[in-house]
Design a protein around this ligand. Sequence first.
Ligand code: SAM
Length: 237
Amino acid sequence: MVRQHVNPLSRFFQLPLELPAPAALFSNAERPIHLDIGCARGRFLLALAQQQSEINHLGVEIRRPLVKAAEADRQALGLGNLHYLFCNANVSLEAWLLSLPPAQLDLVSIQFPDPWFKKKHHKRRVLQPALLRSIAAALQPGKRFFIQSDVLAVIEPMVAVSEASGCFSRPTGDARPWREGSPLPVPTERETYVLDQGLPVYRVLYERNEAPLPSLEALEQALEAADNSPISPPESS
Ligand SMILES: C[S@@+](CC[C@H](N)C(=O)[O-])C[C@H]1O[C@@H](n2cnc3c(N)ncnc32)[C@H](O)[C@@H]1O
């Protein structure tokens, strides 16, 4: 049985893993990389990698059994432009992102992250200031960062910390506050479920601009401020 949620702050998940370099992940390691954080069972990337064969897709996921199953699917299809890795994105991604050749990272997506509604659990949410800073450091100007969720109380702090960084701008013409549709040609599993229910999806696409990286402290303050004055009312669970 695969657990519904794991606590990313538990000791077990704090050990940094050395993630393999692109050459060990993809058959053509030079291609642009799309990094999907929290890819779960990986069916979205499995379909996307077949449509976008010119891009290398990497899914990272903290629930190891899902990664194992996703990797088995990938291997069965013989896809050399896709890989799944088990890790805690908040612990193991920074070093991997730093080690990438400049300009290779093309897109980072965080789609329908676990909500962790209770305030005391907000630190378990995946887009923490340090991760946002690592993403901003790894993306060259013009490269993209895409976030989407069906929970306003989750996406609003993600938007707050992304915009407080000063490193991201929205493409001209994108609707505000939420983008009309996904820039990706394949919906994720959660996205399909939400859309089938007729529920709204809140999306923002960012492009890295030329601004320098902010301090971690500035981002932490921005997130705390967003946490203390949420735009949407808190949900109960
Ligand atoms: C609600 S699911 C969404 C899955 C998929 N992105 C979708 O849209 O269908 C969020 C996923 O993020 C994973 N996750 C949560 N925290 C994580 C972390 N710190 N590092 C890596 N994966 C994480 C969870 O295990 C879960 O599979």
